[in-house]
Write a protein that binds this ligand. Sequence first.
Ligand SMILES: Cc1cc2nc3c(=O)[nH]c(=O)nc-3n(C[C@H](O)[C@H](O)[C@H](O)COP(=O)(O)OP(=O)(O)OC[C@H]3O[C@@H](n4cnc5c(N)ncnc54)[C@H](O)[C@@H]3O)c2cc1C
Length: 464
Amino acid sequence: MMTIGATATREAAGSVGADLTRLVRGQVLSPGDTGWEVARRPWNLQVKQEVRAVVVAEDAEDVAATVRYANQYGLSVAAQPVGHGATTALRDTILLRTGALRGVDVDPVARTARVAAGAGWADVLGRAGAHGLTGLAGSSTGPSVVGFTLGGGLSWFGRKYGFTANAVRSAEVVDANGDRYRVDATRDPELFWALRGGGGDFALVTELEFDLFPAPLLYGGRLLWPAERAAEVLEAYRETVAIAPEELSLWYTLLRFPPIPELPEFLRGRAMVAVDATYLGGLANGRELLSRLLAVPGTLLDTVGALQVADLGSVAAEPVDPVPAMEYAALLPELDDDAADTLLGVAGPHSGSPLNTVQLRHLGGALARPTIGGGAVGHLEEKFSLTGIGMPMGPGMAEQIEAHQALMADAFAPHASGRIFFTFLGSEESPVAAFPPDVLARLRDVKRRRDPHGVIRSNHPVLR
Ligand SMILES: Cc1cc2nc3c(=O)[nH]c(=O)nc-3n(C[C@H](O)[C@H](O)[C@H](O)COP(=O)(O)OP(=O)(O)OC[C@H]3O[C@@H](n4cnc5c(N)ncnc54)[C@H](O)[C@@H]3O)c2cc1C
């Protein structure tokens, strides 16, 4: 194994861009270059990323060369295919864009997929769906499969099949020395454990192999009502989740659509309530399971029906293009009457909330069970995930959103477990909130041993 060590100084790496241009095949951008602002800009426009250079990797060797260079000059490398999980913690960092590495290979017989570092869920789902299979994707097909999975991955199908990270079979990595190799349950099991839910702090992943799961019949979609129905819909939602089999996932969302011309007129500037559903089963059973919700009158939109795996991203209709976003997240052990009233109080139609989405996701099922041989993601005993996202699109809005998120955190303090699912940590939040102390200690131990100089920089460094 070649070890370069942080022998040179950061100052010596004065013209990082010029040096890297000689070492990699992909494009290298430095401050002041044409295209610099766009190159360093993440998907979440609210986060300003100050980095030393941007490398647009063309292949896995570019990834390794960038890490070797950073190692030599005491810099760090942050992989960022999309920037959904953007961060400000990027001092002395080279931003590595892996979005061009989009290879996808689906093996319907082995029921596995292999994806390169920049492939998105949209690249996988169409191919898997053609064979009656699905990957454990989440609400949006925008995040890269690798970024999503390293963060644990809360999928539509998690209640049935568990966390996406635990479906990983192997990973091709570049370690903090710039060495390339493959890890799995037998080759480097400790690193393999950390990668599956501990985030991108331990190695850069150039390829991921993971299991696909049967989804020959898929049913789902969105039911949308005016916000005035929020209480009625919440009651029906609670009754439905109480009887939901693991094949059914249900999310309840209070929505405030911004008054922007990109939205259809019936949504623009309006407050609404939605239930999004996916069911790994047929249409008849699906309608029966949702009957309590379907009986709530006044729907403005009903897209529930047979669903193609490839169309999974359309269910929750999340923004695809970059937006500014400020996040709040919590986990709720229960959704009892008090918690439901709290939700309507802070985010319901009469709350004056400036947040654009406040969402409950029903957890449980396989997400609540420990997985033998599973990764750092572990399991979640809480029955609901709660998020509250605001998009500051005008002057003064960021302050309003921040104040309302603080109010929400206070209101939910008696109902929340105090833990946050790793991937829903805000851009400034520490992983201390995400992991039980023993898991965090083990992750920190892996980081100290595998990357003592902090060459690899994730959006949520475990030593922060
Ligand atoms: C609209 C939206 C919907 C979402 N829905 C869900 C959901 O349903 N379920 C869920 O679990 N999450 C969800 N997320 C969260 C999302 O999964 C995380 O933000 C994830 O980290 C995004 O990955 P990315 O590659 O798109 O983002 P990026 O910001 O590009 O990357 C995020 C982090 O992943 C790590 N990383 C990425 N690529 C590599 C690599 N090749 N090697 C090593 N580390 C790497 C890095 O630490 C990086 O900082 C959602 C996010 C958004 C914005």
